[in-house]
Design a protein around this ligand. Structure first.
Ligand code: PMP
Length: 338
C-alpha cells in the first residue's frame, strides 16, 4: 500500500510543466514549477509547515496553542491545514483588499478571520501587521508566525523547492523567475540554485506600487514607490527580512492590467488556471526575454490556483470596471488573425 499518513504528507514534489503557447517568442525552454498541486493549492504549504515545525522544535509553539498570522490567504491555508492535523487553533489577519473567496476558504478550514483596512501605514494600529502583533500579545499561549521576518520561510524553499527544481532539470536550470512578496521563495530557491551553480540567474517579479525594484537597484527605500495596487501576492511597502537581495540579479515590474490579462491568458492558452501572481510572473518573463538564449532552461514558479480569483481577474465585469478588458479583446483578435 502506498499512502500519506495525513494531508501534510502530500506537500511538495510538485510537477514541472513545459510552457508552449504564451512563450512562443522566447528562445529558451521555459518550465513551470507548478505549486498548485500542493494540498492547500499553493507553494505556501511548504513554508507554513516548516515555520510550525521549527517553532515546535524550539518551544515557541506549545501544545494546544493558537497560531496567529497576518496572511493574504495562502500562508493562512497552509498554516490552517497543519493546525488541523497538529491540534492548534488558527487566527488569520487579512487585509480587505483580498478576495472574498480567500476569506471563505480560510473559514472553511476552521480558521478565524480578522479583516483589516489595506490603505493604512504598516505602523498604523489598524494595519494587519499591527493587528496581528497586538492579537498575539493579548492571546494566551499564542504564537505570532511573522512570515516576513521568520527565517524558516526561506529555509523551506532552500530545503525543498530549490532541490526539487535542481533535480527536475537535471542541474540544467539557467534562470529562475518568481514573484516576490515576503521574499521566502526567491531567496530560498535562489540561494540553493546559486550554491549548485553560481551562474544561475535569479529574477524577481515586482509590481508598480512596491519598493523592491528601486531598492535593489539603488539601495534606497523610496516611499514615493509606495501606492495602492491591484495585483495580489507580490510587492511590498516594507523590506521583509526574508528578501535576500544578494541572491537576486534583478527585478522587473509588471502593471496591474498586464498581470490580470496574463492570468487569464495562462488559463485560456496554456490550460493553466492559476492565480494573479502567475500572470504577473509570465508577463515579467516575457519582458525579460532578451536575456535568454536557445540552450537556456528558464524555470518560472507559479504560486497558487485560479479558483481564488474567480470573482476578480476571471470575472469580465471586474475586468471591465478597471478598464482591463479592452486590450484582451485586441489580443484575442490578433490571435484569431494569426
Ligand atoms: N504569489 C502569491 C499568490 C502569494 O500568496 C505570495 C506570498 N505573498 C507570493 C506570490 C510571493 O511569495 P513569497 O512570499 O515567497 O515572496
Amino acid at each position: 500500500m502506498e499512502y500519506a499518513e495525513n494531508i501534510l504528507g502530500t506537500i511538495g514534489n510538485t510537477p514541472m510543466i513545459k510552457m508552449n503557447t504564451l512563450v512562443k517568442g522566447v528562445d529558451a525552454l521555459v518550465l513551470a514549477k507548478y505549486e498548485t498541486f500542493n494540498p492547500g493549492n499553493s507553494v505556501k504549504d511548504r513554508m507554513a509547515l516548516q515555520m510550525i515545525e521549527d517553532a515546535e522544535a524550539d518551544g515557541r509553539l506549545k501544545p494546544g496553542g493558537t497560531i496567529i498570522e497576518g496572511t493574504s490567504g495562502n500562508t493562512g491555508m497552509g498554516l490552517a491545514l497543519a493546525a488541523i492535523i497538529k491540534g492548534y487553533k488558527m487566527v488569520c489577519v487579512i487585509s480587505d483588499k483580498q478576495s472574498k473567496e480567500k476569506m471563505d476558504i480560510l473559514r472553511a478550514v476552521g480558521s478565524e478571520v480578522v479583516v483589516c483596512p489595506t490603505n493604512v501605514e504598516p505602523d498604523d494600529p489598524r494595519s494587519y501587521y499591527s493587528t496581528s502583533k497586538r492579537l498575539s500579545e493579548e492571546t494566551p499561549n499564542s504564537w505570532y508566525v511573522n512570515q516576513y521576518d521568520n527565517p524558516s520561510n526561506a529555509r523551506a524553499h532552500y530545503q525543498s523547492t530549490g532541490p526539487e527544481i535542481w533535480k527536475q532539470t537535471d542541474g540544467k536550470v539557467t534562470h529562475f523567475i518568481v514573484g516576490v512578496g515576503t521574499g521566502g521563495t526567491i531567496s530560498g530557491v535562489g540561494k540553493y540554485l546559486k550554491e549548485q551553480n553560481p551562474n544561475v540567474k535569479v529574477w524577481g517579479i515586482d509590481t508598480y506600487g512596491s519598493v523592491f525594484k528601486k531598492y535593489h537597484e539603488t539601495g534606497i527605500f523610496d516611499e514615493n514607490e509606495i501606492y495602492p495596487y491591484v495585483t495580489e501576492g507580490i510587492g511590498e511597502d516594507i523590506l521583509p527580512e526574508n528578501v535576500d537581495f544578494s541572491v537576486i540579479d534583478g527585478f522587473t515590474k509588471v502593471t496591474d492590467k498586464d498581470a490580470a490579462i496574463y492570468t487569464r491568458r495562462l488559463a485560456k492558452e496554456e490550460g493553466m488556471f492559476l492565480g494573479n501572481s502567475a500572470g504577473a510572473a509570465i508577463k515579467g518573463l516575457l519582458q525579460l526575454k532578451e536575456h535568454f538564449t536557445k540552450d537556456d532552461v528558464v524555470v518560472i514558479l507559479f504560486h497558487d490556483h485560479g479558483s481564488r480569483y474567480v470573482g476578480k481577474m476571471f470575472n469580465d465585469d471586474w475586468m471591465r470596471d478597471r478598464g482591463f478588458l479592452d486590450e484582451e479583446v485586441t489580443v484575442a483578435a490578433d490571435l484569431i488573425k494569426d
